[in-house]
Design a protein around this ligand. Structure first.
Ligand SMILES: [Zn+2]
Length: 262
């Protein structure tokens, strides 16, 4: 009896130690990812979400060079906010992931979301272990679907701020490369603590935080969009989807959230 109690206590102590270790690790990762002293290493794992041969071929052929605009977006945006780091983000593409990450629960509740996020973290950790290259700071699972007339509505992409993992739904077609990169940067910024700056009901960018140039006169139409708003506001009630990162900026509110100097 005494031995069992001792073992029970020991087991509990080990469990608490493991949990503390994981929590401390997550906190350190997050603090380190937002100090902007070193280049953030982002690995993109392209995965085909369909059996479509065109999408499969497109996904299999993706390389780091296909995401060069993401790297230059971070260079321009960071330097405009006073970050002196020469290369804030470096993208690497890994084809090591073979299966799709766990899908979001059909009926999301706080418990199902918590369990799903644990499963996603386990999936991400296993993927990193299977990769011969060093584990990245941020993992992006990019799920590609066919681009077609009826395929405008995509499932929501998710960026987990605890765990530095993003799940993005993109189009497996070169014509969508620009808008895909907008989605990818948006989700990477979520993992660094940035919040959405659009109205969830309408998709309309929030003013002023969701506008590329909140001081513009007249205010509308905006020429640039704010990356966490996702769209460019053409009026107080209308907005268009950005075709490329060249149309997007990081506004002061997002910059503050991800640790860039005010
Ligand atoms: Zn978002």
């Amino acid at each position: 009896m005494a031995a069992r109690t001792f073992l029970g206590t020991l087991r509990l102590a080990i469990l608490v130690a493991v949990l503390l270790f994981v929590a401390l690790g997550a906190w350190l990762d997050r603090a380190r990812s937002r100090d902007w002293n070193d280049t953030l290493r982002v690995t993109v794992y392209p995965l085909s979400a369909t059996t479509d041969t065109g999408v499969r071929a497109y996904t299999a052929a993706l390389q780091a060079g296909d995401f060069a605009d993401v790297e230059s977006f971070f260079v321009d945006a960071a330097s405009s906010h006073g970050v002196t780091l020469e290369q804030p983000v470096r993208i690497r593409v890994s084809h090591v992931a073979r299966e799709l990450p766990p899908a979001l629960p059909d009926r999301p509740g706080s418990l199902t979301i918590a369990l799903w996020s644990l499963r996603l973290r386990y999936f991400a950790a296993r993927t990193a272990w299977n990769d011969p290259l060093p584990a990245p700071d941020i993992q992006v699972f990019a799920l590609y679907s066919p681009l077609g007339p009826g395929s405008v509505a995509m499932p929501d992409s998710v960026g987990l701020s605890k765990g530095l993992i993003a799940l993005t739904h993109l189009y497996g077609n070169a014509a969508a490369a620009g808008s895909n990169q907008v989605v990818l940067v948006h989700e990477v910024l979520h993992t660094l603590g940035a919040t959405d700056k659009y109205d969830f009901a309408t998709g309309q960018p929030l003013a002023p935080a969701g506008l590329g140039e909140p001081d513009r006169q007249p205010l509308y139409p905006q020429v640039f969009g704010e990356i966490m708003a996702g769209r460019i506001a053409t009026s107080a009630r209308d907005a268009v989807i950005a075709d490329s990162l060249e149309q997007m900026l990081v506004g002061p509110a997002t910059a503050l959230e991800i640790g860039w100097p005010p």
